[in-house]
Design a protein around this ligand. Structure first.
Ligand SMILES: Cc1cc2nc3c(=O)[nH]c(=O)nc-3n(C[C@H](O)[C@H](O)[C@H](O)COP(=O)(O)O)c2cc1C
Length: 127
């Protein structure tokens, strides 16, 4: 089974409450070990960017669920493809909230493979 990475972008209809955010992270960290999915969830300006990595069928079935989640909207796949190794192997779901601009990054309206990969690389440098 190939190992893949899927990165998508979505929006929220208002600033996320701390509680909702915490619920999402808790759910991810509780469930991802069963699917052997690791990754990173980034949030800023009502925008989520999430990197999911794992076996293709697991990543695709999780993404099908996430897409239907009413806590965010308009999920768009930024990039999806095979990878040789995981970027966030030690994290069932790392969370990076950049509302305070801790990470100096000029967030585009629409991410593409280059900007998304650059952002996750910056986050990885903080690990
Ligand atoms: C932005 C966002 C990211 C999410 N990330 C994950 C995740 O990494 N893993 C996960 O299991 N659920 C995640 N969820 C929750 C799923 O949408 C869904 O609630 C959950 O997978 C339901 O699982 P169940 O149907 O097996 O109970 C996320 C939800 C949102 C809004």
């Amino acid at each position: 089974m190939p190992l893949i990475e899927l990165i998508y972008q979505s929006v929220t209809d208002g600033e996320m409450s701390k509680q909702t955010m915490q619920d999402i992270i808790n759910e991810a960290r509780q469930k991802n070990p069963n699917r052997n999915i690791t990754g990173c969830l980034y949030y800023k300006n009502r925008t989520f960017l999430q990197l999911l990595e794992g076996e293709k069928s697991e990543v695709e079935s999780l993404f099908a669920k996430i897409q239907k989640d009413p806590r965010h909207f308009n999920p768009k796949i930024v990039w999806q493809g095979e990878i040789g190794e995981r970027s966030f192997a030690k994290f069932w779901m790392m969370y990076f909230n950049n509302e305070n601009n801790d990470l100096l990054f000029d967030q585009p309206e629409e991410f593409n493979q280059t900007t998304a990969t650059a952002l996750f690389e910056l986050i990885r440098q903080r690990l």
